[in-house]
Design a protein around this ligand. Structure first.
Ligand code: ASP
Ligand code: MG
Length: 415
């Protein structure tokens, strides 16, 4: 029988009534003749509440015990949903990550899935049951419970879809799909009919919160077709797959942004081969993720390095840079906060030269000062003042024709 994976996020299962609605949707899928694996998140803001509870005990909870705590959130949802289905006469069984064979590497809080042992789920599928798996969690080879990082249920779902060769992995959420950009910022943001894995990967990594980036990575690797759609209606959502046919007339498919980044500049560094690696090793050692990097050799002896980090990492970055000042031997350290990163993304850029130039022109026309730039084949990112974020998004959305696609989906060639 054909198998599909259905994943329901926290808002989709945020109350008993919503769990019942999700149940009816599963019932329909089953009635249509599919084998179904369901992956659920914790109800509503449950995970946040659990994090708050832990914070009431200590600011540095044991990572192992944190995973023990957080894994309970998903357990509630799966049991309630299974009860509902059973009550409706649908055979269903819920499983914790460890029962479902979700084996992860041995690290707490952000573990990667290492393997899926399929036997236990397969056994239940063979009995005709809907299998409901707790998202966001797994177990190490040593039977320690782990979690996959916030938002990780998407990754559980895609990994299961890959392991069971599902025809489709549906991600049900509280929005209707993937938008050209965040509709809360740009009123004309439009739902995209489809996107390629690469485009979605850039969007997810660059701040579009709709999918856990690692889920897209896995979907691309194992060629799992994904659909992001609303759990509140029957609209078709956004399809994410390898090749896309629609909207090929557009160089840019979407805009992503991060509201709060900080630029750090180290001045008067020795202009030596090892300087770059020294600075970034120190930061990496402290778990600080560095984004855009610019090096500027001032003369033979000195160089300066600027880089951006998420503003939430500023305290950690300053700590480690100041401690290591004698080793790194920079003369000054400048900080510029209240910056935002705005990126344009689109596979169409590969065949459209001048997209970056167009972006810079748009920014200059509306008087927005670009502080830093970075590019890849299918994206251009710029760092600008956060106070200019809204107008930059509006202007870029319009300039790159994201308000209304040039090529109507009906007119495009079929995939
Ligand atoms: N419940 C977890 C979280 O809130 C995992 C997820 O929802 O994907 O991060
Ligand atoms: Mg999510």
């Amino acid at each position: 029988m054909t198998l599909q994976v259905m994943k329901f996020g926290g808002t989709s299962v945020g109350s008993i009534e919503k769990i019942q609605r999700v149940g009816s949707r599963i019932q329909k899928k089953k009635a249509a003749g599919y084998d179904v694996i369901v992956v659920v998140s914790a109800m509503g803001k449950t995970t946040d509440h659990l994090v708050d509870l832990a914070a009431g005990i200590t600011v540095r909870p044991s990572k192992r015990e944190m995973d023990m705590l957080l894994a309970t959130g998903e357990q509630q949802t799966m049991a309630l949903l299974a009860m509902y289905l059973i009550n409706e006469g649908i055979e269903a069984v819920s499983m914790m990550g460890w029962q479902a064979g979700m084996v992860t590497e041995a690290s707490h809080g952000n573990a990667r899935i290492a393997d899926i042992k399929r036997e236990s789920i397969q056994k239940q599928l063979n009995l005709g049951k809907v299998v409901i798996v707790a998202g966001f969690q797994g177990v190490t080879e040593d039977f320690e419970i782990t979690t996959l990082g916030r938002g990780g249920s998407d990754t559980s779902a895609v990994a299961l879809a890959a392991a069971f060769k599902a025809e489709l992995c549906e991600i049900y959420t509280d929005v209707e799909g993937v938008y050209t950009t965040d509709p809360r910022y740009v009123s004309k943001a439009r739902k995209l009919a489809e996107l390629s894995y690469d485009e979605m990967l850039e969007m997810a990594n660059l701040g579009a919160g709709v999918l856990h980036p690692r889920s897209v990575e896995n979907a691309k690797k194992y060629k799992v077709p994904l659909v992001v759609r609303s759990s509140f209606n029957d609209e078709p959502g956004t399809i994410i797959k390898e090749e896309t046919s629609m909207e090929t007339g557009l160089a840019v498919s979407g805009l992503a942004f991060e509201k709060e980044v900080t630029k750090i500049t180290l001045l008067g560094l020795p202009n030596k081969i090892e300087t770059l690696s020294n600075v970034f090793k120190v930061l990496a050692g402290a778990g600080v993720n560095v984004d855009i990097i610019i090096q500027n050799a001032l003369d033979k002896e000195t160089t300066s390095i600027s880089f951006t980090i998420a503003s939430t990492h500023l305290a950690d970055a300053l700590d480690v840079l100041k401690t290591n000042q004698p080793i790194l031997s920079y003369s000054d350290l400048n900080i510029e906060s209240n910056l935002a990163k705005v990126s344009i993304i689109g596979s169409g850029m590969v065949s459209n030269p001048g997209v970056a130039a167009d972006m810079f022109e748009v920014m200059s026309n509306i008087d927005v000062k670009i502080k830093m730039v970075s590019t890849s084949e299918i994206k251009v990112s710029t760092v600008i003042p956060t106070s200019d974020l809204n107008k930059a998004l509006e202007a870029l959305h319009e300039a790159f024709h994201l308000d209304s696609p040039l090529v109507e989906p009906e007119l495009s060639s079929k995939a």
